[in-house]
Design a protein around this ligand. Sequence first.
Ligand code: SF4
Length: 394
Amino acid sequence: MEIRDYEYILIPNILEKYKCSMSGECCQSKWRIDIDEQSYLETKKNLEKQKEDIDTYMGKHESGAYVSKFANGYCKLITEDKKCRVHQEFGWECLSDTCKIYPRNLKLTSRGMEIGMGFSCRSSAKLLLSKEKFYIKKIKKEDYFFMKPRSVSFIIPENNLKTEISSRYYELEQMAIDILNLDENLYVKLQYLEKLISELYGANIEEYDFKESVEKFKEFIPSVPNNENLEDEIVRIILEKQKRSKAVGIYYINLLRLIGLNRNLEMDKKILASDSFTLTKSELDELKKVWKEDYNTILQNYFLCLTFNKEMYYNPEYFMMKATMLTIFLKFRIMLNTKYLGRELTEAELIYTIKSHDEDLAHDGEFFSEFYKAKCDEKVNISELTKTLLTLIA
Ligand code: SF4
């Protein structure tokens, strides 16, 4: 299927209103901004015409190129007034796909061009505050503008064996959306979804009734939250993340130490001088007291948008673990920041917290795949791990 052949755009209603604020913040990202081969070559050609060297602006790695950055984190191709030089001087066709579509996440499916989103951008992070009920909107492609990338990955569920979960992906996705849209407690809904997903692995996929599973939510008896090892799992995740990104690990560690301060110099000296940090059950319970129930809508919207990003297509168990980790860490970060400030976050602070969380965790896909692989190698029951993590939402 050629990229121009699709007829419809599918986009979650809450994301349809996305509008770039032209802040240039995304060109100062912490993650590596990859540049595709064609964009690299065209930029090189254009720079050479101006007697400039591509090596000043881009580096190379095993599988492609990436933008070089100034010490302040900005891409070297940004102008003083925060405009992209490639776009401005060489035309938008010259831009790499990453820069063209950010923060969107595109997948071409048999339904059309499906547009999900990342939230490491304040304009997209703000959309998670929406109180509207989430649904997938289908729009004629002529009625929705976005910069077309050169290539996009494909998902064709119908091409899979009828015995594979992926062959009924659309129904699975809709089931997750329908469950999350129920007017019920978020923790219970996620617990039910986790149960259904783990049961799918032994189910007869051809005959599975996704709609009936949503109906049966009424009969679901949720288990009492068992947060026996929750604080240990959170600390383990922070330490694992610290191995890949010292700054992110230290950010969490410092916040945990800071919120433990007693505002008593003698007592606090010890905490500040210590290299270690703790997270005990009672500290976690204290932290949970600052949570506003109102914010559950943000978590629900976040989980729903992660669902629409299609990772569930490839491995539902992995998706459930990853989306749970991301969602509980979003809650954890909001709670930490609230506790640290000693007051409710303003809307701008809340949006910044969402953006920073997504930037630090969601962009590092390898972290989650390696974490999952290591757990599988250790023969950890992923479903049990996910259930433990989910209890932070209880
Ligand atoms: S190439 Fe342009 S759009 Fe991409 S990161 Fe650099 S300045 Fe930003």
